[in-house]
Design a protein around this ligand. Sequence first.
Ligand code: ADP
Ligand code: MG
Length: 215
Amino acid sequence: MKLTPALLPSLIEAIDDVIEKNAEEVTALDQAIGDGDHVINLQRGINALMAQRDELSQMDWVLAWQKIGMTLMSSIGGASGSLYGTLFIALSKAAREQPLDQQSFADIFSKGVDAVKQRGKAEAGEKTMLDVYIPVAEYLRTAAANSVAFPEVLATVPQVAIEGMESTRDMVATKGRASFLEERSRGHVDAGAKTGQLMICAIVDILSKQLTTPA
Ligand code: ADP
Ligand code: MG
C-alpha cells in the first residue's frame, strides 16, 4: 500500500463530506459555548483545499503539507485558522527532517500537535481540539514504539479520537471563547474537538479502504 499525496483528493473530499453531514450538530455545539461560526470557518478552509486538490496530489508530503498549512492559515480565520495552519506547517517542517514512514509519522504528527499547543498556549484538559489531537498523538507514539501493526493502529485511532472528543463534555473551558462561560461551559462537547474527531475518523476510513484494496 502506497500512502502518497495522490490520496489527498479523496481525503479532502471525505473531510468535506463529513463536515457537511455534521454541520448542524457542530454549529449547535459552537452556538452553545462559542459564537457558532466554527463550521463556516472550517468550510472556508476545506473549500480552498478542494480547489487545490489536484495540484496537491502531484506534490510530495513536505510540499503538500506546507501548501495546506498556508492555505488553511489564510482561508479559515477564527482561532482555529492559525491553529490548523500551524499544525500542517509543522508537519511539513518535521517531515523535511526525516524520511516519512509509519514509524516516523508518529513523531512527525506529535511535533505538529506540539506546535498547536505552543500556538494556542493550551494543554490537554482545556476543552479544545487538542483533547482529541493529544491522545491520538500519544497513541500513535506508543503504537510505533511497540511496533503495533498498521491495521490495528487504524482500528484503534477512531476509538481514541472519539474518547478524546467525549472527554471534552465534562471539562470547563479555559481557552478560547468558551472560557468566558467558565463553569457554564461544562456539559457541552467542544466544537473543535468534534470536528477534529470527525476528520480523523474520515481519514482513517479512507486509509482503511486503501489497505484492503489490492495494489
Ligand atoms: P473562534 O473561537 O475564533 O470563533 P472557531 O469557532 O473556528 O474559532 O474555533 C473554535 C475552536 O478552536 C474551539 O472549539 C477549540 O476547539 C479551538 N480552540 C480555541 N482556542 C484554542 C486554543 N487556545 N488552543 C487550541 N484550540 C483552541
Ligand atoms: Mg467560533
